[in-house]
Design a protein around this ligand. Structure first.
Ligand code: BGP
Length: 494
């Protein structure tokens, strides 16, 4: 019970208007990679590689020859799952209707840049691409679902990769600015919540997500130099997106998006504690710049130690300082354990590096499940920034079994979600301002890291396998009904 005369009054649950929903990305759901005038995007050339042939960690980058071969149709690969997604391009009405049935207040989706500017560097947008998203937003509106739109979810037009080496080239700022202004102008009456770059810190794991072909660099080139130069261009572009949003849709809000990595020290050995602190600071670097409007001192030390010198132009500092974000959004899947002994650290999940935590369970894909860590991560963020927080990805990738009658009893998914939502609620009670929760993959989709369909996140099952076989029919898993109840009760019935 909240007593307004009492200094220690705390919220007892989720606020009214809390944005419950789910999140997807164009390249993982839309398919129709060459329809409606769309150009190729970077993930359209990433093939499916079976588990036993895959390298550990996050390595998606094809070589320049492989990209050429895909473009010329001479590639040895034939299975490119992100080209087909789950065919949402043709089925968005059915999918949004199912989201509405669960009671979604918000649907996070991305615009595919190469649907709007097929080559990325032309001056006029593609009307068919713009129209597609008009239809999608109208469909959301029909059910009172608020769209939350990511401008760039690892979806850089392939032409910008081939011709400019992606974000390494400063001209990308101009192209991106043209694209975001086009989107803001077109959708100003339909979209009030925007995100700039999905998991902007993923660039540190793979610069290819920003279109930079690191495999082609000469052996004496410092990959870190290239990576952080490309990132600098993204930071400027993100700040300019804020600037133009304020002009074009003054009542809209824009957030950054970070892959949140909370690092625990392996022991209380001060060296391990310091290793964890460094890892946490490194994670915060990507959000600090966008919230505080400048590069933090600790990263300048990191740059100096690693021979990185960011080339900036006159005015860059002012752009960063003047156009910071309105809210902080992040994905949360796992936590990591930092050690001072680099020999003991190994890749974990898509983006993490560290040692296994003996106190946590591990998913079928080796991701360590840590609901309490979500509460800690939320509190840490809040203490640092005092800006509204939005969990825009959280979920469990798992194998599902379809019973003879078509039902899917995914109690493991319900258990995962329940425990995370409980901890999110604890954070709300701690006084953290959380504006919403869009779990990842409300409908099964193609995995970002592995291009698998069999790694399923959804409340809605999609009949398709890793090779594109299946009817694409949608069906409700047990978790569908559970999440509906969660939203209906505003998080009271878990
Ligand atoms: C994040 C991405 C998403 C999503 C998710 C799950 O890194 O922003 O696009 O896919 O991770 O990862 P995966 O699909 O590899 O299981």
């Amino acid at each position: 019970m909240t007593n307004n005369n009492c200094v220690n009054c705390v919220p007892t649950g989720f606020p009214e208007g809390f944005l419950w929903g789910g999140a997807t990305a164009a390249n993982q759901v839309e398919g129709a990679y060459d329809e409606g005038g769309k150009g190729l995007s970077v993930f359209d050339v990433v093939p499916f590689v079976p588990k036993d042939e895959r390298s550990e960690g996050f390595d998606l980058e094809p070589t320049a020859e492989e990209i050429d071969a895909v473009i010329n149709g001479t590639s040895k690969h034939t299975n490119f799952p992100k080209r087909r997604g789950i065919d949402q391009y043709h089925r968005y009405k059915e999918d949004i209707k199912l989201f509405a049935e669960m009671g979604f207040k918000c649907y996070r989706l991305s615009i595919s840049w190469s649907r709007i500017f097929p080559n990325g560097d032309e001056t006029e947008p593609n009307e068919a691409g713009l129209k597609y998203y008009d239809n999608v937003f109208d469909e959301c509106k029909k059910y009172g679902i608020e769209p939350l739109v990511t401008l760039s979810h690892f979806e850089i037009p392939l032409n910008l990769v081939v011709k400019y080496n992606g974000w390494l080239d400063r001209r990308l700022i101009e192209f991106f600015t043209r694209y975001v202004k086009t989107c803001f102008t077109r959708y100003k009456d339909k979209v009030k919540y925007w995100l700039n770059f999905n998991e902007i810190n993923m660039i540190a794991m793979s610069a290819f997500v920003a279109g930079v072909k690191t495999k082609e660099l000469a052996s004496d080139v410092n990959v870190k130099q290239v990576t952080y130069q490309a990132l600098h261009h993204q930071f400027i572009a993100a700040a300019l997106a804020t600037k133009y949003l304020r002009k074009i849709i003054p009542d809209a809000k824009i957030g950054l998006m970070l892959a949140r990595s909370l690092n625990y020290p392996e022991t209380c050995n001060p060296d391990d504690v310091r290793a964890a602190q460094e890892a946490n600071e490194f994670n915060y670097f990507f959000s600090d710049v966008q919230v505080q409007g400048k590069y933090p001192n600790f990263i300048k030390r990191f740059f100096a130690d690693n021979g990185v010198c960011i080339e900036k132009q006159v005015g860059d500092d002012e752009i960063l300082a003047e156009h910071t974000v309105d809210f902080v959004s992040f994905s949360y899947y796992m936590t990591t354990v930092a050690t001072a002994d680099p020999k003991r650290a190994t890749p974990l999940g898509n983006f993490a590096f560290g040692v296994m935590n003996p106190y946590l369970e591990t998913s079928d894909w080796g991701w360590q499940v840590d609901p309490v860590g979500l509460r800690t991560a939320l509190n840490d963020f809040w203490d640092r920034y005092h800006l509204p927080l939005f969990i825009v990805e959280n979920g469990l990738g798992a194998y599902d079994k379809v019973e003879a009658d078509g039902s899917i009893h995914d109690d493991y998914r319900i258990d995962y979600m329940r425990r995370h939502i409980e901890q999110m609620k604890e954070a709300v009670k701690d006084g953290v301002d959380v504006m919403g929760y869009t779990m990842w993959g409300p409908i099964d989709l193609v995995s970002a890291g592995t291009s698998e369909m069999s790694k399923r996140y959804g409340f809605i099952y999609v009949d398709q396998d890793d090779y594109g076989n299946g009817t694409l029919a949608r069906s409700r898993k047990d978790s569908f009904w559970w999440y509906k109840g969660v939203i209906e009760s505003n998080g009271e019935v878990l």
